[in-house]
Design a protein around this ligand. Structure first.
Ligand code: GAP
Length: 454
């Protein structure tokens, strides 16, 4: 099996990720996050929030609604621009994305080109249907990726709303509320996390591209003169963020978008790409959105979205640097990075998830060597549980308990044995090195804390 299949199997076996609606035969490309997966996802989110929102004086948080006034999406350009060009093969009825076909076969981007231009390119280059090899295409049609739904009881166009395709717009439409209700001064940023929805034509690769996913987005508002410098700062901060979670630098690259590739709102974008088992692909993007969004919303809403500098009295529309990361995509990267099948001495092997201890779903497991020691071991467990994500396990041989914790990526296992009753110490086994150390129970909390935040 390849790495992706191994990780998917472990995710199901150990309760990280299950196929959605499993007992009903599933619903294609939907996934449910199990006990360890939901905890791991929350830990990544919490670490992101702490790093970029809570710990900083220039950042605040927001939690805006998923359903928004449809005019938001007119202003943002999503109604006119957020679509993929779809073509049907007249012979076998295969439906493909024309831009992807050109990208794959001709290694060219068609960003910004009209459907007529795209069609001409497909036909002139005689690009064959991947399914039946004929060149009998319908002209491309724009397929909008936003999910439509209806608000209220009447299903007519007046009641039609969209599930948000990004969390970002919730921040822009609250710019005035935020500057009116807080004392934030430029440069400042707003962080928001939450679900986004896109009716992707080619979802897949496990949780890499799904139609329902979670985003961690920041809109950082700056004076136009500062945008370039802040852009570089944010790129560097995210590089450090991934490093601090153990992502190997050789698996990560930063790629600047060519002019033709830029989204309609962006003057500069870089993607962080990761080397997935299926090849290099996007992990996140940092974009300079200029004043596009605030200007658009000012025009469509009729409300002024400006900033007055309290010292110089200069009035201007701030520019925006946007680091946008997919939480579920970050989760996939961290699962892939963590997975190892390790050969041990004596021909044995173990599967181990090398999660950074900060985000491991379980940080410490406590075992009594034998069941008769459970009462004392539980006391150690209860004490640790107030400070760490902890688990207690008294069943089976110690070796088996270690293997189970290795598979869920628990960095520390604490064994309470017969000597513990005499010397007040326990054995701490470290996941990666498998080394063991005797530690006094009274020092255990600081010992683990120091190791987690080392
Ligand atoms: N507000 C800007 C924005 O949404 P994006 O590049 O379209 O930019 C940002 O999305 C990030 O969201 C991506 O880099 C990726 O991590 C994640 N993302 C986007 N579409 C996704 C999908 N269909 N499934 C999972 N994650 C997705």
């Amino acid at each position: 099996m390849g790495l992706m299949e191994d990780v998917m199997a472990l995710c199901k076996r150990r309760g990280f990720v299950y196929a959605g609606s499993d007992i009903y035969g599933g619903l294609a490309n939907t996934w449910d996050y199990g006990p360890y997966g939901s905890q791991l996802k929350k830990n990544i989110l919490d670490y992101w929030w702490k790093t970029f929102v809570e710990n900083r004086d220039d950042m605040i948080g927001l939690d805006s609604a998923i359903l928004m006034n449809p005019r938001v999406w007119e202003a943002s350009g999503h109604i006119s621009n957020f679509s993929d060009p779809l073509m049907d093969c007249k012979n076998c009825k295969e439906r493909v994305r024309a831009d992807k076909l050109i990208e794959e076969k001709l290694n060219e981007s068609v960003e910004g080109q009209s459907n007529e231009e795209i069609f001409a390119k497909v036909m002139d280059s005689k690009l064959e249907c991947p399914s039946c090899s004929k060149v009998e295409w319908t002209e491309p049609r724009a397929f909008n990726l936003m999910f439509k739904t209806y608000q209220g009881v009447i299903e007519d166009t007046a009641a039609q709303v969209y599930l948000r395709p990004e969390t970002a717009q919730g921040i822009f439409v609250n710019f005035k509320n935020i500057t009116d209700s807080t004392r934030m001064r430029l440069p400042f940023g707003v962080g928001q996390y939450g679900k986004s929805f896109r009716n992707e034509i080619t979802p897949g690769n496990f949780i890499f591209r799904t139609r329902e996913f979670e985003q961690l987005e920041i809109e950082y508002f700056v004076h136009p003169d500062d945008a370039d410098a802040k852009f570089d700062e944010w790129v560097e901060m995210y590089e450090n963020f991934f490093k601090s979670l153990g992502v190997r630098s050789e698996k990560l690259k930063i790629r600047a978008h060519a002019d033709k590739e830029l989204s309609h709102y962006s003057t500069k974008t870089v993607d962080f790409e990761y080397e997935y088992p299926f090849g290099w692909g996007e992990l996140m993007g940092v974009a300079n959105r200029g004043c596009f969004d605030l200007n658009q919303h000012a025009e469509f809403s009729g409300k002024k979205l400006e900033y007055r500098d309290p010292i110089t009295n200069e009035v201007f529309v701030p520019h925006v640097v946007e680091p946008a990361l997919g939480l579920t995509r970050a989760l996939l990267v961290l699962l892939l990075e963590a997975y190892e099948e390790e050969e041990l001495e004596g021909g044995e092997s173990r599967t181990v998830m090398h999660f950074d201890p900060k985000i491991a779903p379980v940080q410490v497991a406590v075992f009594p060597l034998q069941k008769k020691l459970s009462e004392d071991a539980i006391k150690v467990y209860r004490d640790l549980k107030t400070f760490f994500r902890a688990e207690f396990d008294e069943s089976g041989a110690i070796g088996k308990r270690y293997r189970r914790q290795d598979e869920i990526g628990t960095p520390f296992c604490v064994t309470f044995d017969f000597d513990s009753q005499e010397d007040g110490s326990v054995t701490v086994r470290e996941r990666d090195s498998m080394s063991q150390e005797r530690v006094k129970i009274e020092d255990l909390r600081t010992y683990i804390m120091d190791k987690i935040w080392a």
